[in-house]
Write a protein that binds this ligand. Structure first.
Ligand SMILES: Nc1ncnc2c1ncn2[C@@H]1O[C@H](COP(=O)(O)OP(=O)(O)OP(=O)(O)O)[C@@H](O)[C@H]1O
Ligand SMILES: [Mg+2]
Length: 302
């Protein structure tokens, strides 16, 4: 188990050791979230490293990662707990066959922890005396409001109540990272309990550092040109701009094709790694891509 970082610099260094290149403001938010034992709420475009931060955090602090992937219709049975009906049925048969236990005893027996299936939220709270895990609540904007209201309770009191058993309370709160792609606004009351950080696209310097970490096999010149190209591309009016994930993928793809620098023809042929909408690809392919290649190379030469 690694101790929590004691400063912003130490936080950034811990992330960097796991190949995560964080901007200063993110390292600050994370440092404070850890120190104040508050959830970290991350919003931002797709593929900018929101989910990754929870994974890296769990690895670097040597804590288990518990992930709750949100979706429409997510309910308590999938997010918090569920009774193990099959095992309860078997138990009832066994007790009946034995013929000794009273109805009350039987009921108490089958609604005990032994028959409880813990789902991510309960698992994250009920960690006993072990170091609290990292709880990733991913893409919260995909759930509906009733679930958000429920989550609010959990985040406020670090407890869940199970009618048949009682209240289960975390001895120490888990380290919580919540992400959202902002397909809808998350309720203010949830945000109020968290520290908020908007994850931006990285600037060229940071994106190059990320590429060097994540695609070390790519030739230096290629990486520089790719980053410069993507940075220019993000200035265009596209339906869906490429995230960091796409930059990394593109570097890997071009390296697999033995490219050592960008050229318009190869760019045209591999645009599908970077852009995922036909309209965007049609807009960029050809003269636009060639112009961007020229601009990227000029920017690097300058
Ligand atoms: N700052 C960074 N340092 C290192 N790697 C990064 C960084 N940002 C993004 N990445 C890489 O980009 C990829 C995508 O990141 P991630 O899945 O966390 O994005 P996301 O913001 O959760 O996207 P989505 O909204 O689509 O889920 C990961 O493989 C991650 O390694
Ligand atoms: Mg994600």
């Amino acid at each position: 188990m690694t101790a929590l970082p004691k400063s912003i610099d130490e936080t950034a260094a811990l992330l960097r050791k796991q190949d995560y290149v964080a901007e200063r403001s993110l390292a600050t938010a994370l440092f404070l979230a850890l120190k104040m034992e508050r959830p970290l709420f991350l919003e931002g475009e797709a593929g900018v490293g929101k989910t990754e931060i929870a994974k890296v955090l769990a690895r670097t602090l040597d804590r288990p990662l518990i992930r709750l992937q949100c979706y429409e219709g997510l309910d308590i049975a999938s997010a918090v707990y569920e009774w193990n009906y099959q095992r309860q049925m078997v138990e009832i048969r066994l007790v009946e066959a034995g013929g000794k236990a009273s109805r009350d005893d039987l009921e108490k027996g089958i609604f005990s922890r032994r028959f409880l299936i813990k789902r991510p939220l309960l698992e994250a709270l009920d960690h006993g005396s072990k170091e609290p895990p990292v709880l990733l609540i991913d893409e919260l904007d995909r759930t509906d409001e009733p679930f958000e209201a429920y989550l609010l309770e959990v985040l406020s009191d670090w407890q869940v109540s199970i009618p048949e058993i009682g209240t289960i309370r975390a001895e120490r709160p888990p380290i919580v990272v919540i992400t959202s792609n902002r397909t809808r606004e998350i309720h203010d009351a949830v945000k109020r309990r968290c520290l908020y950080h908007w994850v931006n696209y990285p600037d060229a310097t940071r994106e190059l550092e990320i590429v060097r970490c994540k695609a070390p096999e790519a030739p230096e010149r290629l990486s520089r040109e790719v980053v410069a190209f993507v940075q220019k591309l993000r200035g265009m009016d596209l339906f869906k701009l490429p995230g960091v994930a796409e930059t990394i993928d593109w570097c890997k793809a071009l390296t697999a094709l033995d490219a050592v620098a960008l050229d318009p023809a190869t760019v045209d042929d591999t645009l599908g790694v970077l852009l995922k909408y036909q309209d965007d690809i049609a807009k960029v392919r050809g003269p636009e891509a060639a112009a961007l290649v020229t601009q990227a190379k000029a920017a690097l030469a300058a």
